[in-house]
Design a binder for this molecule. Structure first.
Ligand code: F6P
Length: 373
């Protein structure tokens, strides 16, 4: 009979609202009280009006919206024990021991640490009289389920997309289509910067989907010391065979083989200096992250939210935290800690330019494995 809470954390992603809607309705369907925590971890720490009990109609007309209606915020207080004690008390006061966190690797790690620390937080609150013995006994455990919300598609797990990636990809492809029509009119070259933090998935997938001439991604830096010459030879060849335009995509985390960042403006200047192309650059920016959610992200968010509730209601106190996802036509449950550790190992190895180790850490993670091939 314990209540369920849902919150969104980290960078917003289209599809997060579908998760919240689905958790609320699925929880109510199972006769649970469901709370939405506004402003992410900040809402957990602040309590009061930021942890709101939701009714069925509170989440109507929400499924298609971009961003996260219940908000997301960076929260320094939750990093301190005092903040987590406050969060623990706010949850116990409302009878909440089931939490669904929709966010990226940092947010989900925070949620799991909270779970591991729960018993000691509760004991501190009990011994200082802030919760009763009966409350401490009744709410002795907390269960966490993660839904991965991030446009970057940067979670290492087998064959699943993160919530928001599909929408961002559509947005990026639309923008590139628009740029290509004007580029073609003036026979220009465009260098476009694509989001993704340390992950090149968006740039890589958008590049394939729009027929870009060259793509820079962090996972597979050019093997050449002088990548500038390789790039220019490729673009020159395209023009000589009659192309009216060239498109170069730069993932924001792109690096050369020495680990030096590849900057959009630098790429543009190289093309101008060496080839004399009329070259423009466009940083697509947060347009990629905002706006209404695609059909797939609404589907993915809805299914993930419902699965998360179903899973929580079957979780035993001793069970580890889980990440819920959708793989093809089936459901994917992955252990939260191992999945995040693998994700962070990939980022670390990539940063250290140890690409072999990064591939190993990726394991069966198709989406990034393909990119590297
Ligand atoms: O993780 C999502 C993302 O949009 C990344 O692609 C990008 O690097 C980052 O967030 C931008 O963060 P902010 O909105 O805080 O500038």
């Amino acid at each position: 009979d314990h209540a369920v809470a849902v919150f969104t954390s980290g960078g917003d992603a289209p599809g997060m609202n579908a998760v919240v809607r689905s958790v609320v309705r699925c929880g109510i369907h199972h006769a649970r009280d469901v709370f939405a925590v506004y402003e992410g971890y900040q809402g957990l720490v602040d309590g009061a009006g930021k942890i709101r009990k939701m009714e069925w109609t509170d989440v109507q007309m929400m499924i298609y919206k971009g961003g996260t209606v219940i908000g997301s915020a960076r929260c320094k207080e939750f990093r301190e024990r005092e903040g987590r004690l406050a969060a623990c008390k706010h949850l116990v006061d409302r009878g909440i021991t089931n939490i669904i966190c929709c966010g990226g690797d940092g947010s989900l790690t925070g949620a799991n640490i909270f779970k591991l620390e729960w018993a000691s937080l509760l004991e501190e609150l009990r011994s200082s009289g802030r919760v009763t013995d009966a409350q401490a006994q009744k709410y002795a455990n907390i269960n966490i389920i993660g839904c991965v919300g991030s446009i970057d598609n940067d979670m290492v797990y087998d064959g699943t997309l993160t919530i928001g990636t599909d929408t961002a990809l559509h947005r990026i492809v639309d923008a590139i289509d628009a740029v290509q029509s004007t580029a073609s009119s003036h026979q220009r070259t465009f260098v476009l910067e694509i989001m993704g933090r340390h992950c090149g998935y968006l740039a890589w997938a958008a590049g394939v989907a729009t027929g870009a001439d060259y793509i820079f991604i962090p996972e597979a830096p050019s093997k050449h010391d002088d990548w500038e010459s390789v790039l220019c030879a490729k673009l020159d060849h395209q023009r000589k065979r009659g192309a009216r335009l060239c498109t170069v995509l730069v993932a924001e985390g792109a690096i050369d083989k020495f680990g030096k960042p590849i900057k959009t403006e630098y790429v543009r200047q190289v093309i101008i200096d060496r080839l004399g192309h009329d070259t423009r650059s466009t940083i697509l920016g947060h347009v990629q992250r905002g706006g209404y959610a695609s059909a797939y992200d609404r589907f993915l968010g809805s299914v993930s939210g419902a699965l998360a509730v179903e899973r929580l209601l079957r979780t035993k106190p001793e069970d580890a935290s889980t990440i819920v996802g959708v793989k093809g036509y089936s459901v994917a449950f992955n252990p939260l800690v191992e999945t995040i550790e693998a994700t962070q190992m990939v980022a670390k190895h990539t940063e250290q330019l140890d690409f072999e180790a990064a591939i190993q850490a990726r394991g069966k993670d198709f989406k990034r494995h393909w990119a590297i091939q």
